[in-house]
Design a protein around this ligand. Structure first.
Ligand code: ADP
Ligand code: NA
Length: 328
């Protein structure tokens, strides 16, 4: 039997990712690549919903792919692809749009939130969830690791797949959300009640994977905690301390319970110093791999082109299956 297939992707909307992306997504992607037939995408067409300088977008696509590789995504074991190199994505998105109710698309809360926050809305931003559905259905993905903010979009994907299958049986694999066990959610260092986020966090609240190690130490040492002294995991009442424990545990592999025991009687300064060591120890090798990769941009482009060609073989088959059913 073929391994279950996983599809996951990120938009190339920044030059570098942050510790939340690393611990909440990339680390899982790396650990899933043996047990699953994994497809990891740089979804550059999605990034067009916000106008970006072409040279900047091209560089961000390359750097996003490089970050996957630097984190340990292995292009021999996983399929690394760029969305714009597989034109089947946009074609399937059009066909799926013709199966999506206008009211149904209008109910997507992320679109409404972004517009409410003042983002200029183009039709691409409105139909973004349909393109995302195409990304997933095009690969017969069984499982999609998703964060909370993408859950509604995955529900739409499932609804579309089921709707098409009701009319044309066995056209699409209906994907399930995949919650990775023990997956970390990293909070903002300055406001530990909010998640670390490129678009929301202030500089001191966010650990950028390309931050200088000295800067990382400074950020962790100035992390907001609480007025107690006890090092205890309690996200409700001690979000700052709990966030530091999660970072440590995810990177060191030591359980939170063992960390609580090890830090009994010690102060927040001790915890911060050790978390800083653990984070820097993980990020330094990541950064040196990034430096090696970025020294040869043509090789990153080649890996993306090669992976995308591999992805396209699958995508073309699935699209052809749907064409056939539709009378195209
Ligand atoms: P999007 O949510 O639009 O895909 P993001 O850049 O917000 O893009 O996130 C990319 C990936 O990183 C997603 O898998 C998301 O769940 C994960 N992620 C983002 N922020 C965090 C965080 N603070 N903690 C854990 N995972 C995160
Ligand atoms: Na997000």
């Amino acid at each position: 039997a073929r391994r279950q297939r996983i599809f996951s992707a990120m938009q190339p909307t920044s030059d570098s990712l942050h510790l939340g992306n690393y611990l909440g997504a990339l680390v899982n992607w790396v650990s899933l690549q043996d047990a699953y037939d994994a497809f990891y995408g740089v979804v550059d067409l999605h990034a067009l919903t916000v106008p970006t300088d072409p040279a900047v977008l091209r560089e961000r696509t390359r750097r996003t792919a490089a970050q996957y590789l630097a984190a340990g995504v292995d292009p021999q074991r996983s399929t690394l692809m760029a969305q714009s190199l597989v034109p089947e994505h946009t074609e399937l998105a059009w066909i799926l749009a013709c199966h999506t109710g206008f009211g149904e698309a209008s109910r997507m809360t992320q679109f409404k939130d972004k517009v409410a926050k003042g983002q200029t809305a183009n039709v691409g931003l409105f139909t973004y969830p349909i393109l995302m559905a195409a990304d997933i259905l095009l690969y017969d993905a069984n499982l999609v690791p998703v964060g909370e903010d993408q859950r509604q979009h995955l529900e739409l994907t499932r609804d579309l797949a089921e709707r098409v299958n009701a009319r044309f049986p066995e056209t699409f694999v209906v994907p399930e959300p995949y919650i990775v066990k023990g997956s970390a959610k990293i909070q903002d260092l300055q406001d530990p009640t909010a998640k670390m986020s490129k678009s929301i966090s202030a500089d001191l609240g966010l650990i950028d994977l390309m931050d200088d190690p000295k800067r990382i130490v400074k950020k962790i040492k100035s992390a907001v905690t609480d007025t107690e002294r006890e090092i205890r995991f309690d996200p409700e009442n001690k979000p700052g301390v709990s966030n530091l424990l999660v970072m440590h545990s995810t990177l060191s592999g030591t359980t939170v319970a063992d960390l609580e025991r090890a830090f009994e009687g010690k102060g927040y300064g001790d915890l911060k110093a050790e978390v800083a060591d653990v984070v820097v120890a993980a990020i330094e090798p990541f950064q040196s791999r990034m430096a090696e990769l970025l020294a040869d941009p043509a090789e990153i482009d080649r890996l993306l082109a090669e992976g995308s060609a591999k992805a396209r073989l699958v995508a073309a088959d699935v699209l052809e299956r749907f064409h056939d059913r539709l009378g195209l």
